[in-house]
Write a protein that binds this ligand. Sequence first.
Ligand code: SF4
Ligand code: SF4
Length: 479
Amino acid sequence: MEATRSASSTKPPPLLNRKIPIVTRSVKGKFRNFKTAVMVIAYAVYFLLPWLPWNRSSGASQAVLFDLESRRFFILNLVAYPQDIFWLAMVLFIAAALLFFTTGLIGRAWCGYFCFQTLWTDLFIMIEHLIQGERPARLKLMKQPWNAEKVLKVGGSHALMIIISFWTAVTFACYFAYAPEFVHNLFTGHAAEAGYITVVILTVTTYIAAGLAREQICTLACPYARFQGVMYEATTLAVAYDSKRGEGVAGRIAPVKGRRTREERQAAGHGDCIDCGFCVQVCPTGIDIREGLQYQCISCGLCIDACNNIMDSVGFPRGLIRYDSEQNIASPVPHKPRVDWKRSKVLGYAAALLVATMILFYSIGTRQGTDANVQQVRQPLFVTLSDGSVRNRYQINIVNKTEQEQRYELRVQGIPANALDIGHLQEIRVRAGKSLSINAKVSLASEMARGTKEFSFVIIPMGEEGDPIVVKAPFNSSR
Ligand code: SF4
Ligand code: SF4
């Protein structure tokens, strides 16, 4: 009797995935090549960027540096300040909109190719493959008792993972400190305590996440896996198994005698799936895509490569597992899979993405070289002087966002110029990338004070950088 299996499973998913360690088989194909290309580019950018020198007149000569000490964030020629928090908000919004947009179009492409967890796990799996061998050799090694060979191979793999985790952590810290100096200080014991703590925490978490927990992070810890479903529609592309083609009416079957050719299989009601299990063996999350779309699937496409290779070897058409939509796969005659972007949800995400990107670029492009804000001193709110005039006090904060020292002139608008008193401060000078707080007093004769509720401070850059900044301020003469 022929052994067949159905594509559907009625078993509820286990609460805890007990599949650690998943021993994956390596695979060749266009999705594997794409993943490797993304990996090489992502690692090159991540590991080399802190070492890219950059010429600037103030601040460290490092292309990308989030300098917490001076509260300046250098990104090539752009210098961002804490006051530019709006940009961070926009960047986060754009990242979220991009994630939703791509998920709406082509499923979890982020997870399968670009997510840090995927990139590092992929690298660590490659290390195991390199040191311990292909899947059968690794399975054999796993089952054999501990001996010198096992200690050497397993220990060597994990030692290399720990070294990579360590350098990942050091590189991360290099984005927050001048890289050459930080690395020197780190190894000579002179780095700041926070630097050591960061490196230790990140080394441990990288090793645990990518070296030990692996797919458990995607399936149990990542919230995105759980809510991605709301972004899917029946026309969203996702990695899918064509069960009609794979199972036929009599189910899948190995290519045994009399069931080798397509014609023989179709005559007996069997589909194209030869039940080789390669699609499961290459899966980094250990699932069987033939059981339908599952939240554990990170859309890496490796099962597509595996199945295409098998289809080639048995002479069947490719695409039994493919990127396709639920709707197309379920249709009586599926057409060629295509990206269906003409949907309100996808267009909505695209519009949000476009608008947010334009706002961000506009904001960066029109940023002034100076930022200023005014706080009224409220203790006391006002003082009545012996001649009856009323005095309010203010704290004016000027931030020089340029790369040169700037001189400023401070004036008032809406009240007489002589109402302003900034004490002995002769000249307002602010160094590049620094800020200055000025204590100002504004005194008005009693009649004018009663009629004045508001006026403006005008901060005028004396160099060529920027237009005058006008900041409104309240004036109080009664409670
Ligand atoms: S089922 Fe296929 S696409 Fe999904 S995670 Fe596994 S190998 Fe990747
Ligand atoms: S790789 Fe293809 S043929 Fe082999 S079990 Fe998976 S779906 Fe079936």
